[in-house]
Design a protein around this ligand. Structure first.
Ligand code: ADP
Ligand code: MG
Length: 249
């Protein structure tokens, strides 16, 4: 087993809550309602992972499986500028963008297939280029939920999802990479379970995700991140800010 790496979120409290940062060889699930900052955090990690270890990075590149067409290169450029200012370095946004490999997923089958393509690409980049240290799926379930509607199809969906989650875990192990997935919360309080803050995906996602983080809006640009589930860390909360320069304390 390879030594677990830790990727900085760029936020002191958040990193501390995570025992140093987002772990490699694990799936970290970000869930929360629309606008809570899941995609922003994913963008920030895609930048941070490219930094050297001294600056909390993993000297790596990133693959993003984008299911909702929410990846924005301009946003990456803003965040790179933010890091340049933070560390007094002259970082080139173009170089950062070159190490972010984005693939649009058009449906759930395609999304699953893209994990195999990601494996091929990561094998290539291992030989020449920056090794892939982060795989992002944003969002994990949008296609699955749209395609599998009605009670009768739920078992099929969960079976497929289970397979998908395990290939993501395998990717993380194989390449010593962080795997970060985003997830929605129940749109309305559930008649049986009552809690509107439950993530979707049921037991399959719940049991396979190693770390589960619940994001919610607070005052202004502040967001509260709650560590809900972890194999080795206590539950906790951290306050972060989503600013033009990126995620900050
Ligand atoms: P979701 O959880 O739905 O993925 P996002 O990560 O897309 O949510 O968060 C969207 C929010 O992030 C916006 O409402 C805004 O508050 C903030 N945001 C997005 N882009 C910027 C930016 N360039 N500068 C500052 N804040 C931003
Ligand atoms: Mg989003």
């Amino acid at each position: 087993r390879k030594l677990v790496g830790k990727l900085t979120t760029g936020c002191t409290e958040f990193d501390e809550m995570m025992g140093g940062g987002v772990e490699t060889q694990a799936i970290t699930e970000l869930y929360g309602e629309f606008g809570s900052g899941k995609t922003q955090l994913a963008h920030q990690l895609a930048v941070n992972v490219q930094m050297d270890r001294e600056h909390g990075g993993l000297d790596g590149s990133v693959i993003i499986i984008d299911t909702e067409n929410t990846f924005r290169p301009e946003r990456i450029a803003q965040m790179v500028k933010g890091l340049s200012e933070k560390y007094g370095m002259d970082l080139d946004p173009k170089e950062f963008l070159q190490n972010i490999h984005v693939a649009r997923a058009y449906n759930s089958n395609h999304q699953m297939l893209l994990v195999e393509s990601a494996t091929d690409l990561a094998n290539e980049l291992k030989e020449m280029g920056k090794p892939v240290r982060l795989l992002i799926v944003d969002s994990l379930l949008a296609h699955f939920r749209a395609e599998y509607v009605g009670r009768g199809t739920l078992a099929d969906r969960q079976q497929k999802l289970n397979k998908h989650m395990h290939s993501l875990l395998r990717f993380g192990d194989l390449f010593n990479a962080c795997v970060v997935v985003t997830n929605q919360v129940m749109a309305k309080p559930d008649a049986f379970f009552g809690d509107p803050t439950r993530p979707v995906g049921g037991h399959v996602v719940g049991h396979t995700a190693t770390f589960r983080l619940y994001l919610r809006k607070s005052k202004g640009d502040k967001r509260i991140v709650r560590l809900v589930d972890s194999p080795n860390l206590p539950e906790g909360e951290a306050v972060i800010a989503v600013t033009t320069a990126g995620l900050t304390d």
